[in-house]
Write a protein that binds this ligand. Structure first.
Ligand code: FAD
Length: 268
């Protein structure tokens, strides 16, 4: 808060001109990241980049709206009859929406459901993340663009049968889910395995139902070192690479780890 250190505000009470629960949740995410970073976490807080999401109930098929406010309201919003987020409710928030979805009986994706039940544990990592973070020359400043593979991009309405076939043909373990050129989710072979283990019908279940929405991603300008640390920190093995909001590549944890010098003694 202006003039007061370590005091933060989020939600309708702030002077942000748009008052909406989804925006309030995004502000709270930013505040939480800033507080965590201030408390010594390695988390790099991202600036508040408001995205307004709205659901229009039409009496028939609903319409989903998405607009990045920082780009100016003059720009066309994405409008889709297919959900642009999951669960596809009118209250959108990284943690709030899956929680409300569960209360309302809307199934969240397997990845989200797992994270809700997860218990935080502290584990000594086998590889030294911190020294590498200090040594900015970890991968000699190589850009993710040099190491990524072209992203396999699928649509939210694609069936799991279609996605698995494309993943098999491309010999790749994950797909970026995009709507109107925007990255909206990630689907990995693990998600497919869970779906099939749950006996869903591959030609009926849709990518949007099993993807992890709003995935962690890096800009194509990021270095391999930054991408590696992000994946190590968040425990993920597939990192979509975006240009703006468009998925263009995918970086694997193993590839990023192998690109790091041997002096760190990584056992990958
Ligand atoms: C009719 C309606 C429909 C809406 N529909 C949507 C929607 O579909 N999707 C969406 O994203 N947003 C929607 N919104 C907006 C959304 O509800 C708000 O943006 C959101 O609740 C803001 O959250 P907040 O935590 O900032 O404030 P609030 O939810 O207002 O929480 C503030 C809390 O502080 C309490 N409080 C106030 N004064 C004091 C005090 N002196 N001491 C202690 N407690 C106090 C209040 O009682 C309240 O519980 C809707 C709003 C309305 C009114």
């Amino acid at each position: 808060m202006r003039g007061l250190e370590d005091v933060f505000a989020a939600g309708d009470i702030t002077n942000f001109p748009l008052k909406q629960g989804g925006l309030a949740a995004q502000q709270a995410d930013t505040v939480a990241a800033v507080i965590a970073a201030g408390a010594g976490s390695d988390l790099a807080p991202e600036p508040f980049r408001p995205v307004l999401r709205g659901l229009l109930l039409t009496g028939g098929q609903p319409r989903y709206f998405r607009q990045e406010i920082t780009r100016g309201l003059g720009e066309a919003a994405t409008i889709s009859p297919e959900p642009l987020w999951w669960p596809p409710g009118k209250i959108v928030g990284r943690y709030l929406a899956p929680f409300l979805g569960a209360v309302a009986g809307v199934e969240a994706s397997a990845e989200q459901a797992e994270s809700q039940a997860a218990v935080q544990v502290e584990v000594e990592l086998e590889f030294p993340v911190r020294p590498a973070a200090i040594d900015t020359g970890g991968t000699d400043g190589r850009s993710v663009a040099e190491l990524m593979v072209p992203a396999l991009v699928v649509a939210p309405e694609d069936t799991l049968a279609e996605v698995s076939e494309k993943m098999r043909a491309a010999d790749i373990g994950s797909a970026a889910v995009a709507a109107y050129g925007h990255l909206v989710g990630i689907l990995t072979s693990r998600d497919l395995l869970r779906a099939f283990a749950g006996r869903v019908h591959p030609s009926e279940a849709r990518a949007r139902e099993w993807m992890t929405a709003e995935p962690i991603a890096v800009s194509v300008q990021a270095t391999v070192e930054e991408a590696f640390l992000l994946m190590a920190e968040r425990g993920i093995h597939h990192l979509p690479v975006v240009e703006g909001e468009r998925p263009i590549g995918m970086l694997g944890f193993r590839q990023a780890a192998q690109a790091r010098p041997a002096r760190f003694g990584l056992g990958f």
